[in-house]
Design a protein around this ligand. Sequence first.
Ligand code: ATP
Ligand code: MN
Length: 479
Amino acid sequence: MFNKRVKIKKLLATEATGQEVIVMGWVRTFRNNQFIALNDGSTNNNIQVVIELGQLDDATLKRITTGASLKVTGTLIESLGKGQKVEVKAGTVEILGDCDPEKYPLQLKNRPSLEYLREIAHLRFRTNTFGAVFRVRHSLAHAVHKFFHEKGFVYLHTPIITASDAEGAGEMFRVTTLSMDNPPRNTDGSIDFKEDFFGKSTNLTVSGQLEGELGATALGEIYTFGPTFRAENSNTTRHLAEFWMIEPEMAFSDLEDNMNLAEEFIQYIIRFAMDNNREDLEFLAQRLVEEEKALPQDKRSEFGLIEKLEFVLNNGFERITYTEAIDILLNSPAYKKKKFQYEVKWGIDLQSEHERYLVEKHFKKPVIVTNYPKDIKAFYMRQNDDGKTVAAMDILAPGIGEIVGGSQREERLERLEQRMREMHIPVEEMNWFLDTRRFGSVPHAGFGLGFERIVLFVTGMTNIRDVIPFARTPKNCEF
Ligand code: ATP
Ligand code: MN
């Protein structure tokens, strides 16, 4: 029976020595034929298993190698060595699975690079860095549900396959069962999607928002938390082709309610990780310090990871309008010294360099930018009275850039239809969406937060490929 085992995290916190325990895990190191550092993934801290000299035969000792899996039955005793309070005095040691030290890729004496570990992503969970990252990711995911549940939001499972391409959030992946070699064609040569599985052209979702609005305008407040897909051919450290997005949508809400919710939400999930993953975050903070040693002084973070997170918890986010943001950029020393690669003027979509300037140089904290020009934003955003801007909000975070995109939604049917026509969005195909505005329309608002971007922020990792178990990016779909 396996479930008698005690997880190492729990064992390390136990004071009651003298009891018989069963531990199982993978060998991290084995010293002097006596001391095994055993890890089971519950924490980065290993339990030390002590074997008496002569207790095991030579053949067994040889099989205790890094990566091998063991079942140890023994007595929990106070540790004589430094670094741990308790250790296990081995009674029996059973080898569950051997691990050939000649072949095991994590045998390397030198610390493997993150790039190399991406190539062996199927094994990287076994390293301290990825153990910590994925335990933190888990906590953040749990906190997402906890937060919305406590607020009375309904978790709505919006579809993964959609026929709507109106959102326009990004390039889409097609879903089809048609033959690639010989698809059925219309007389004009175009592909006949009536023959396809759904009888029409379908794609993987880029956002659950439109369906989310349908839920919110009846259930009141909903959120989605699921995978989204964007075939964007941008190989950056912040974009994945498959990522997880959290999208709350609230009836009876305006832009300010939306900003308040987003800020409270981000602080809540960070606090949850700080309270529940302190050890892992401290490990990651140290990792970041080590990583940044290779960088020139002016490229290193000003604060440590923990200080950064504490700062975000203890300070409100800066709130500025897009127009104010443009003014700040135009008056910045960076602009005057021609340091920006992209043009700055009212109407531009803020580029990453502009966002980073605002957040990292000017305000030195997360910034919410509101009221963007309508021409660079989606059709469903509520039109402001100035005729030029919409009630949009993006949240920009230090080191990451945009982590949230949201808006108050256009609830006035005529205004919405007119905007759709201007933007060449087929009004007829969107009747299901427009019904929310026909039958008891209400002011409502919502946002989308890219889950991996917040995991990046909290863990201090710098490449989005390192915070999702198996990254999908252009020309890369391993495992
Ligand atoms: P960006 O400008 O960074 O590409 P976006 O404007 O396309 O973002 P939205 O369509 O508003 O983003 O999506 C909502 C959120 O989803 C973003 O704020 C971001 O956190 C996240 N996000 C968007 N695209 C990606 C992606 N390819 N990989 C990971 N997260 C993403
Ligand atoms: Mn994008």
